[in-house]
Design a protein around this ligand. Sequence first.
Ligand code: CP
Length: 311
Amino acid sequence: MRHLISPLDLSVEELDYILCLGQEILKFPENFSHICEGKKLATLFYEPSTRTRLSFEAAMLNLGGKVLGFSSADSSSAAKGESVADTIRVISSYADICAMRHPKEGAPTVASMYSEIPVINAGDGGHNHPTQTLTDLLTIKTLMGRLDNITIGMCGDLKFGRTVHSLINAMVRYSNVRFVLISPQELKIPDYLRKEVLEQKNIEYIETNQLEQNMPNLDILYMTRVQRERFFNEEDYIRLKDSFLLDANKMKYAKKDMYVLHPLPRVNEISTEVDSDPRAVYFKQAKYGVYVRMALIMTLLGLDSEKLFFR
Ligand code: CP
């Protein structure tokens, strides 16, 4: 049995397989509408979510399966003090697979140690968000036709943004990917990513606080919100929250074929005037999240037509 806790749990071969399956589902969704009949997905969300929880649920329903779960710690027995280990032992007898979001880094790892069903990390604190990464990769691969030879700008809260951490870990595995890391000084990527991932693998990157002047060089601009819920004090959040604003004027400096991604939710870092720019693909990206989660559920349950992985 396999779990998905970090993007590194998947080999590049497995990653590419899931993305190809996601593209196949995107083209022919009706071919997959009965594959999970009789199977149940549990969504265990100890932290708020719109896209991740509902796209997981949509994915399982699209596959003909059923869903159960909770959408906040308050509405589960965590509010009475139940541990993640005990909860997952119980859920293992209610469902065939589960997706867990938790504010504590490592909680899905703990769950996987006690689980009898595959556990998918749906976001753990400021650490990882591997299924957002699958969504991001499917978006880039589908729109650009490749995952290599890309200059990607990542802008905003690179310190607490778990989607950024997971995406860097995934993209360094493709050749000739360069990073332009755009953030305030206080919100730069964690040291471990700089030293143990980018520098150790000799990846080309720059760190800067300039968005506009770097726009012309980017193939992808990955915008992120400042993660209010991870700050220790509100004053720092208020000081940093408006560090960057992508607006129509800044888009004039971008390549004609650059794409703007954002894991969403957006707060105010992208002006709504950018939404109508054909290069703004964040709503399409959220839609692709359903297809890639369908592909992931199928492969973790060993129901993929080729049965190549995860048996
Ligand atoms: N991208 C993402 O994780 O969104 P939600 O917090 O709404 O799930």
